[in-house]
Structures are given as structure tokens and as C-alpha cells.
Design a protein around this ligand. Sequence first.
Ligand SMILES: Cc1cc2nc3c(=O)[nH]c(=O)nc-3n(C[C@H](O)[C@H](O)[C@H](O)COP(=O)(O)O)c2cc1C
Length: 354
Amino acid sequence: MILEPLIMDKLIAKVPIIQGGMGIGISLANLAGTVAKEGGIGILSTAQIGYQEELFEKSPMRANMEAIKIQFDRAKKIAEGGIIGFNIMAATLHYDRYVKRCVEVGADVIISGAGLPINLPELVVGSQTKIAPIVSSDKAAKVLLGLWKKRYNKTADFVVVEGPKAGGHLGFKAETIEEDIEGMDDELKKIIATVNSFADEFGKQIPVIFAGGVFDRSDIDHYIALGCSGVQMATRFVATEECDAPESFKQAYINAKEEDITLIKSPVGMPGRAIKNLFTERIKNKQIPIEKCRNCLSFKHCDRKTIPYCISETLLNAVTNNPENALVFAGTNAFKIQKQTTVHEIFKELTLNS
Ligand SMILES: Cc1cc2nc3c(=O)[nH]c(=O)nc-3n(C[C@H](O)[C@H](O)[C@H](O)COP(=O)(O)O)c2cc1C
């Protein structure tokens, strides 16, 4: 099978591989820029993107707004003309301001999940930025694309379908995850049919991209055979020289065995998938006091008084110097990673045509 380019109107990625956004601080300019240089799409996560900026302790919001431009410009330089976009969680506090800032700096694409990005179309009006929701079920695809059509007479430029094997927050219930894994191919087929019906109505192509547990070329070929135009991969890119995560984070991936990859309860109200460590054990039966609220999530998605721990604090610990008090998000296939490699090597392997 030959991998065809990913076409989103006039925006074309030579290789139909999107590197999934990874917050906090895992997919910044270096990783995203290098993926884009290889012909894929590099995605910066806006989740506390400014954590390295001096301003961050005083004003996380201002630091994040500044860092959106700094990281985007840096990534674009590395990308040498390649495509760079942002992942902005719909649950982010001041979601609208983040989207507008990413559009202002020139984002090629914006991908939004962790909640339904209901007003995303109106926030990108007048720009060239392509938009994609992340959905995990046919129901969510129908609801969101239906709303976008009704409210704005707009549709998606592409759709990311995130399955239950993904790393990070999941749009599935922990209790039914095994059945959801079993049934995902059928669900994906339904989503493709739904997306195609909107594509017909709007007279345009809407590529569907599958994410979650995509690791090697046979996985990519499988999803393309099901009707996808490409894949989104995150876990596979973590243990690369170019990934912006610290060595301790990459090492946690390299050391992980299959049984170390577990589901955790996230304060966001969704389960998350991460690598077992002291922290994942501690949160099983203990509330961890919040040291400092950085107002990362909307109040609907984070009840500051009752949450078991602070998601920003624990993700920040993963990229600073406190890996055992941290959440190391990872997809089901993290255990397959045995050593550090480069983005170029991964692309060489994945794009080899048989
Ligand atoms: C370390 C890590 C951090 C992530 N952070 C985010 C994020 O900030 N926002 C988001 O929508 N998805 C996030 N994800 C999900 C990825 O973008 C991607 O869709 C998913 O992990 C794909 O599955 P895979 O890791 O098995 O390839 C994260 C995943 C990982 C592994």
C-alpha cells in the first residue's frame, strides 16, 4: 500500500501522519517542528505551554499567550515550510482566547478535544486555519457536526477519531474500556459514514484521522483500509531525541512493561491512561492537596474544592524534576518502545512502501 498525502483543501501534508498534541511540555517546538519537516503535521499542545517562561509563576495566562507565539515561530523555523498546528482542549479556561491567539500567530490547523469545541468555527472566521474536532463516538460526531452546521453553516476540515487505546484523557468510561477497544473498528466505520454525509452536504472532502494505539505501518494500513485518510500518533514520538520531554519522561516509556500501563481517574472527570508509578498508586485512595491553582481548566471541568489532585501540578511535575509525583501519560503501546530513536527514523520506517 502507498501512503497518499493528506489533503485539507489547499493545505497538503506529504505524509498522512499527525503527531498528537501532548501537554504539558511534551510536544513543543522541537518535536512538532521536526515532524512537520519530515512531511507530517506537527502539533503543539497549548496546555500550560508557557511553563518555561519567566512570567509563568506570576501570570500563567500571559506566559501561555506569549509562549504560543514563541513555540509556533520556533517550530515553523525547524519545519522548513511544514505544517504546524495546535491542540487546544475544549475544557481549557478561556478556551476562546487560546484559539484566537493561535489563529493570530498563524496556526495552520487547530485540533480540539477533551469536551466538544462547540464555538470553534466562529473563532477562526476570516483566517486560513483549518479546524478539526476530536471525537470518540459516532454520537459525538453527529452532535458536534450537526451543531456546527445549524449554528454556523460550517463543517470540519478534518476529523480526528480518538479510540480507547490512546494516551492522556479518554472519551470512554473505565468500566467498559475493554468492550470499547473490541468495538472501536465498528464505531470508526459509523463515524466515517457520518462524516462522509456531512462532506457530501458541504461538497467537500473531510478526511478522517484515527488516533489511539497506532504504532507501526501495519496499524496505519489497517486504518486506511477502514476508510481513514491518515493517523494521529503521540506515544510513538515520545522517546525520540527531538521530543521536548525531559530524559526521565522518555526513560519511563523505555522502562515500561505492558502491565505498567494503567487507567487513572483524572480530576477532569474522564479516565486517563498513564504509566504506573508512585503517584498513580498514591491517588488511588488519597486526596492530594492543591499547592497552587493556575486556573487551567474551566470550572465545569474542574471543581477546585473536590478534585482528588491538581492535573496541572501533576503534569508539570512530569516535566520538571519530580517524576515520581507526576502523571506520565502514555498510550497502550508505550511498552513496545525499547530505546530512544529519532523522528527521522520513525518516518523512514512508517513510510516505507511495500
Ligand atoms: C503524554 C501525552 C500527553 C497528551 N496530551 C494531550 C493534550 O494535551 N491534549 C489532547 O487533546 N490530547 C493529548 N494526548 C493525546 C494525544 O494527542 C493522542 O491523540 C493520543 O495519545 C494518541 O494515541 P497514542 O498515544 O497511542 O498514539 C496526550 C497523549 C500523551 C501520550
